[in-house]
Design a binder for this molecule. Sequence first.
Ligand SMILES: C[S@@+](CC[C@H](N)C(=O)[O-])C[C@H]1O[C@@H](n2cnc3c(N)ncnc32)[C@H](O)[C@@H]1O
Length: 344
Amino acid sequence: MAKKSLNKNLNKAKSSKKDEFYTQLSDIERELRHYKHHFRDKVVYCNCDDPRVSNFFHYFSYNFEKLGLKKLITTCYKNQDMDLFSQNNSEQAIYLEYDGDKNGNKVPDTTEIGIKPLKGNGDFRNQESIDLLKQADIVVTNPPFSLFREYVAQLIEYDKKFVIVGHQNAITYKEIFPLIKDNKLWLGYGFKGGAAHFINQHYEDYATATDRKEGMIRVSGVIWLTNLEINKRQEDLILYKKYYGSEDEFPIYVNYEAIEVSKTKDIPLDYAGAMGVPITFLDKYNPDQFEIIGSSRELGAPMSSIGIKGTYMAGGPRFYLDTGNGTYQRLYDRIVIRNKKLQQ
Ligand SMILES: C[S@@+](CC[C@H](N)C(=O)[O-])C[C@H]1O[C@@H](n2cnc3c(N)ncnc32)[C@H](O)[C@@H]1O
């Protein structure tokens, strides 16, 4: 029991540490240059952002006039438990409102930024944060990884436009995938090389991150998620392969009627049926070109239900391939798609 709760605490601490990865200005600039036209006359809300350290606040306050913003609101979370590694070490949670440059120097001076105390700790779920959220048109931030499901659910509940940072693992969450399938959220342009370098000055080691630079941590699989229209989403993926009915090239799953296409670039241009593709396909997804049917988590029949016994269910439903030597290969999560623009 004691060991269990120790593990639980360690896991909690580990995900809380991940919550303290700070986004670089260059990454914010690289993504948001594609959305500039969306911001004109809009109220932008950064609700997980200490203005003293957040580059989201920096980006929007310094580009306020260029973007033609109406207002910038930022809330700073007063972290109660993590004083050791949180940068949010102020005595009190605050929020601020910025209406743009008043004295003509094109810089957000402290006298122009209205800083106000919050009654609570600035948690995005608090009523006072929700009241600020209601004023906002577009929410832009990198929210805490550990609260990602709740965070997105709130944006959907309040019908907000958003551009946020997340991890590609979130794509398969049962709370997130239906939103992607129903075209209520999609992937943005993304980080350079598919990995983000976050500012991380408060602890040393983290198992899934490699290539550490002083004060920085590299995390692969980090994505931008948005529900704002972007040109990328209207671009067709160029396909070059033909389907010749070869089971060697495109095997059929044992527990779902679809062909396995293990690389997005190999999607056959002339195949009309269901195809399973890796989740990274979403980076190239254009809803005019493809329809999303579902994911292996919801579509994969339990192996026991089709009379195959063994340890084939560990970790939830997935698709399986028959290896031909009496065993079955369990695949990573797959998204099932159908080509809407067949070519000959
Ligand atoms: C991944 S960090 C990103 C910080 C900043 N948005 C950025 O991109 O540099 C997530 C931030 O959310 C804060 N946070 C954690 N839990 C929160 C909550 N419940 N409500 C609001 N902010 C929270 C963390 O303290 C941390 O500053």
